[in-house]
Design a protein around this ligand. Structure first.
Ligand code: BGC
Length: 756
């Protein structure tokens, strides 16, 4: 008995001593600076506690039921929570258990998790919850769902992007969550890619402008503000440009191209203070990025001076072993990735990462300094977010959640993004006293308008659709009533069910509006074999065209699906991208003239599947078979988009004809609204470097400005630029502006200057 009591007494008194020290220490560190608080905490932490902080688990692991097959309605599992938070001391949780929840349920989840961390762990370190709030907080019922990123880029209006990000931050925090895995900063230069709609399009300057606006909107000046979230720029680096166009397949991008096209958005986000970064799941130049210290440490830390948290993508350490085959065992994979520079593993479904990393540290295969560095970054973020002081938000602080005020911003963004690509004989706007056939798979679907990341990962489940939001058909009914409308759902995404009834109805109306669409999808499930629009939809339009009635195509696509065969059959084409919950209303208002279109393409719309060139291609890519310069022949060019009014450009003037290194050049141009309607125009300034040591692209966007003009009004737009705006990545892989001639272009106006 004595013998047993002795060690028990010792353990008890030692534990009390430790708890006493911890409590004392915690009081002391409350008031010191974040750095000191982090260092003090780290000095108290065991290896298990440190590795716990580096571990991020999927909510499924903490929930009742099997992973990916949770019991409904969703419930947390007390035992599993204790295992994760108390035994394994994990630092972070992500995702929803398969679908969207009410805000009340999110608060229950977050409360339970934080209370467990606070009451039952030695150091009371709060848990960092992360979610994909991609276009609004899309896993919370009743939230404001915005147009997806590609649509946001099509507004060419960074102020709207900032507003969207700011509301998303508000509604994410309102759901109890302080960390958002957004924005996607991969450039959209591979139109086949399933995540094309998640990008800001193909151009560096446009994407950089939107990146900055988004980071500021998410994080504000101070992320401890409980209306702001930590952003997560993703997916570093080269994810969007795989050769095959299939998700997570090899990308081969030489360093110069990486720096010219794919790095600048990340640089911009880091400069804007982005707190976290997610790593590219794929391989870049033969090396899975999760194992590449050149990218994760040399480039990201030493060169870009990023000090925030680097989190893996889903299961990506496991994939180093199981899929990429660069690690013979899982243990080797853990070692590779942590030593390469990963701070947190989105494991996310088991505890093997934690067990193996603890072993690796004990065996000195991963140095403690690397662990401390990672933990320091994670704890710093938790302190910056104010989670230690306030791990749980008050529900009542967020009365604007899902408000009309917020949905109006979504509506405005949708109206500014939708792009009018064709308007033969000014068939649009439509007159409401005519008769219309409404048809096509997108006509009556909220899911197609929103795309993936909408209440579920793939956005397909109609059970969770937002209430009281209108599909295009419902919005049109509301606008002009049902009497003049024929509707048929005889063409789905990939089949035609009842062509004869569609034709019968088409014959009765004045005009046909076909809502073409793409199935909501992202990541692997969104891989396609062919960029062409599914055959059924192409055939449907062809058949309808035999009725001899004007056809208006409204295209709601994840990426530029080829419409080359049917575009000539249409009198008007509206590209809506994925406009979100207010898209139906916005489309109807645009069709019937309440809104004047002002969206411009943020990418080049291809004509042929074999010619997927961006607008800033090289001169050689223009050369055609007859040695003319017509090989670049997209259906619609980057930056293109019509209005219901007409703008006239004049007086392009430069303040200098010779620009020197430290000078600035003022470029001004006048724009007049020559039509009868008020409208917005995006003034786009392109530059051509006439001769350069690295083959120059034919042109590059260097500045833009969206302005509003009343009928008859003229405005002067000015751009102030300097040498850096005309730079490119030179021979030594560093930015350079080379002396020589430059040509500037706005609309069809041109001017030249020399850089000396
Ligand atoms: C995606 C990320 C996302 C993560 C968490 C991954 O499959 O690639 O973009 O943030 O899942 O949901």
């Amino acid at each position: 008995m004595k013998n047993i009591m002795k060690p028990v007494f010792f353990i008890l008194s030692f534990s009390l001593f430790v708890i006493g020290c911890v409590n004392n220490n915690q009081e002391k560190i409350q008031n010191s600076s974040i750095n000191e608080r982090v260092d003090s905490l780290i000095s108290l932490m065991s290896i298990e506690e440190k590795v716990g902080q580096m571990t991020q688990l999927n909510l499924d692991v903490l929930s009742v039921g099997e992973i990916y097959k949770l019991e409904e309605p969703h419930r947390l599992d007390e035992k599993k929570i204790r295992k994760a938070i108390v035994d394994y001391k994990i630092g972070s949780v992500l995702n929803c258990g398969g679908h969207t929840y009410t805000r009340e349920h999110w608060h229950e989840i977050i409360n339970k998790i934080q209370v467990t961390a606070q009451k039952e762990t030695r150091l009371k370190i709060p848990i960092l919850y992360g979610i994909d709030a991609i276009h609004g907080v899309n896993y919370t019922i009743g939230s404001t769902l915005f147009p997806q990123q590609l649509s946001q880029a099509a507004t060419w209006n960074p102020e709207i992007v900032e507003e969207i990000a700011s509301i998303t931050a508000y509604e994410t925090r309102a759901s109890g969550i302080p960390w958002n895995f957004s924005p996607v900063l991969d450039l959209g230069r591979q139109p086949l890619w399933s995540r094309f709609f998640e990008t800001y399009g193909e151009d560096v300057h446009l994407a950089k402008t939107m990146t900055k606006a988004c980071i500021i909107g998410y994080q504000g000046k101070d992320v401890s503000n409980n209306k702001k979230v930590a952003a997560c720029m993703k997916h570093f680096l080269g994810y969007s440009f795989s050769m095959s166009g299939k998700d997570r397949t090899p990308a081969w991008i030489p360093e110069r191209q990486l720096r010219e096209y794919f790095l600048p958005t990340f640089k911009e986000a880091i400069a804007a203070g982005a707190k976290t970064i997610m790593i590219n799941s794929g391989e870049l130049n033969g090396i899975p990025v999760h194992a590449d210290s050149t990218i994760l440490t040399n480039l990201l830390r030493k060169e870009l001076k990023f000090t925030g948290v680097a989190v893996t993508d889903w299961e990506d350490i496991i994939k180093l072993h199981k899929l990429h085959k660069v690690a013979g065992t899982l243990k080797e994979a853990v070692k590779m990735s942590i030593n390469a520079g990963i701070d947190m593993s989105m494991v996310p479904n088991d505890f093997e990462f934690s067990d193996l990393l603890i072993q690796l540290v004990k065996e000195k295969q991963v140095p403690m300094s690397r662990i401390d560095e990672a933990v320091k970054r994670i704890l710093t973020l938790k302190l910056e977010l104010g989670l230690f002081e306030k791990p749980i938000n008050y529900f009542a602080d967020y009365s604007d959640f899902g408000s009309k005020k917020h949905s109006e911003v979504s509506y405005r963004a949708a109206t500014e993004s939708i792009t009018l690509l064709k308007n033969k004989n000014e068939i649009l706007p439509l007159k409401s006293n005519q008769r219309f056939l409404i048809c096509g798979p997108g006509a009556n679907s909220l899911n197609i308008l929103n795309g993936a990341w909408t209440h579920t990962w793939q956005g397909l489940d109609t059970n969770y659709n937002s209430k009281n939001k209108l599909t295009p058909l419902q919005a049109i009914y509301k606008e002009i009533g049902k009497e003049n409308i024929e509707y048929t759902n005889s063409c789905t995404l990939d089949s035609i069910n009842d062509l004869s009834s569609a034709i019968r109805k088409a014959k009765k109306v004045d005009k046909i509006i076909v809502f073409l669409g793409e199935i909501p999808c992202t990541e692997k499930p969104g891989d396609i074999e062919d960029l062409t629009l599914p055959r059924a939809q192409v055939e449907f339009v062809k058949q309808l065209s035999t009725c001899g009635k004007p056809i208006i195509l409204v295209m709601t696509f994840n990426r530029p699906r080829l419409i080359t065969e049917i575009e000539p059959l249409a009198d008007a084409c509206l590209l809506t991208y994925l406009p979100g919950d207010e898209g139906g209303r916005a489309i109807s208002d645009m069709l019937f003239g309440k809104i004047n279109p002002s969206g411009k393409l943020p990418f080049t719309y291809p004509r042929y599947s074999g010619s997927l060139l961006p607008y800033d291609h090289k001169h050689t890519e223009r050369l055609d078979k007859k040695f003319g310069e017509n090989a670049f022949d997209p259906l619609f060019e980057f930056g293109y988009g019509l209005s219901y009014t007409k703008f006239e450009y004049s007086e392009l003037k430069l303040s200098l004809t010779t620009l020197k290194q430290n000078d600035t050049i003022l470029i001004s141009v006048k724009i007049k609204n020559k039509g009868l309607l008020e409208g917005k125009e995006v003034v786009q300034l392109y530059s051509t470097d006439c001769v350069a040591s690295i083959t120059p692209s034919v042109k590059k966007l260097v500045a833009f400005n969206k302005i509003n003009l009343k009928p008859g009004e003229t405005k002067e737009v000015k751009f102030k630029l300097s040498a850096v705006n005309f730079s490119f990545i030179g021979l030594n892989n560093k930015p350079v502006t080379e002396p020589g001639d430059f040509e500037l272009r706005v609309d069809t106006l041109k001017a030249k200057f020399i850089y000396q």
